[in-house]
Design a binder for this molecule. Structure first.
Ligand code: AMP
Ligand code: MN
Ligand code: MN
Ligand code: MN
Length: 296
């Protein structure tokens, strides 16, 4: 269990719980410092912050920006962003638009392999219809029995080369960093172990990310093995980047639960130091003070 979790989703994007319920669950699981990082959306932050503060937690405004890098889709997490920043808000609105058209095309692709009505089927899974995406289709397809798990359904239908995959034009890598910096935040390369690229290309990506001003790497996340944690911890050191942590919680059955991921190696420079956030102050029990008469 970890007290810091800087990556999770609510139903504002493709998580299953409302923002305030994500916060309550994090609190119940012992998380003390939480960032909500919905995909390309900031509208859950205000209610999540209010809930976190009412529970005495420390809250960090976050976002996870979708990015095209060559043939790859990358995710860049922004931490400590001011949600009232026009450059960030306008950039996100731009990349969000077109999700509905993309979803219709995804449904056309699925219809070609005999799965009809997938757009209408997936839509009710998206609390926020404008944010419809692959996770909503995945839940529909699993519930209809087309695959047994989220992992399996992606592999079979929703990754490049499969019938339900439709590419989209997201932000560029430098744009994502620029928007986050304009909003006063830190840019973190999310879940690097999940990208399908060899070691040489990963090294090149981190070098370019650093050159564009990127600030951190998500070293510990729920589907990084200990080997991957070690590898990305060393890369963070090599490039002078902060080490971030987060579950990428979306709801049960989809990645890990809040606060659950491997610990950072002790030599890492944790990103909470750069964000200047810490665990809420411990309550000092005044009865622990030495009685005056014993001091004399
Ligand atoms: P989209 O933004 O519509 O392309 O959807 C991307 C989302 O799909 C990610 O944020 C994850 O929630 C989910 N996702 C992508 N690949 C996988 C996978 N292999 N297994 C489970 N979920 C995945
Ligand atoms: Mn997601
Ligand atoms: Mn992601
Ligand atoms: Mn995520």
């Amino acid at each position: 269990m970890n007290q810091y979790d800087f990556h999770c989703h609510s139903s504002i994007s493709d998580g299953l719980l409302l923002p305030q319920d994500v916060v309550q669950r994090a609190f119940d699981r012992g998380v003390k410092v939480l960032a909500l990082t919905d995909h390309d959306e900031l509208s859950g932050l205000a209610v999540a912050r209010e809930k976190a503060e009412s529970l005495g937690m420390t809250f960090v405004n976050g976002v996870e920006i979708s990015v095209n890098w060559g043939k790859h889709t990358l995710h860049i997490v922004g931490l400590g962003v001011n949600p009232d920043t026009p450059l960030l808000c306008d950039g996100l609105a731009h990349i969000r638009s077109g999700r509905t058209d993309r979803a219709r095309k995804m449904a056309e692709g699925l219809a070609k392999v005999g799965i009809t009505g997938a757009f209408e089927g997936a839509l009710p899974y998206a609390e926020n219809a404008d944010m419809i995406g692959r996770a909503h289709f995945a839940r529909f397809l699993v519930d209809k029995g087309h695959a047994r798990s989220m992992q399996a359904v992606f592999k079979k239908f929703l990754v490049p080369g499969k019938p339900g995959y439709v590419p989209h034009i997201w932000a560029s890598l430098p744009e994502s960093i620029e928007w986050i910096h304009a909003a006063g935040g830190l840019a973190v390369l999310a879940h690097p172990g999940r990208y399908e690229m060899g070691k040489k290309q990963m090294h090149e990506l981190i070098e370019i990310f650093t050159r564009f001003g990127g600030d951190g790497i998500e070293v510990a996340t729920s589907n990084h093995t200990l080997d991957l944690v070690g590898r990305f911890a060393r890369l963070a050191e090599e490039f002078g980047l902060w080490a971030s942590v987060g579950s990428d919680f979306h709801g049960t059955g989809h990645y890990g639960d809040l606060g659950t991921f491997p610990a950072l190696p002790s030599y890492c420079r944790p990103i909470w130091e750069a964000l200047h956030v810490g665990l809420p102050d411990e309550v000092v029990d005044e009865t622990d003070e030495m009685p005056q008469d014993l001091l004399n």
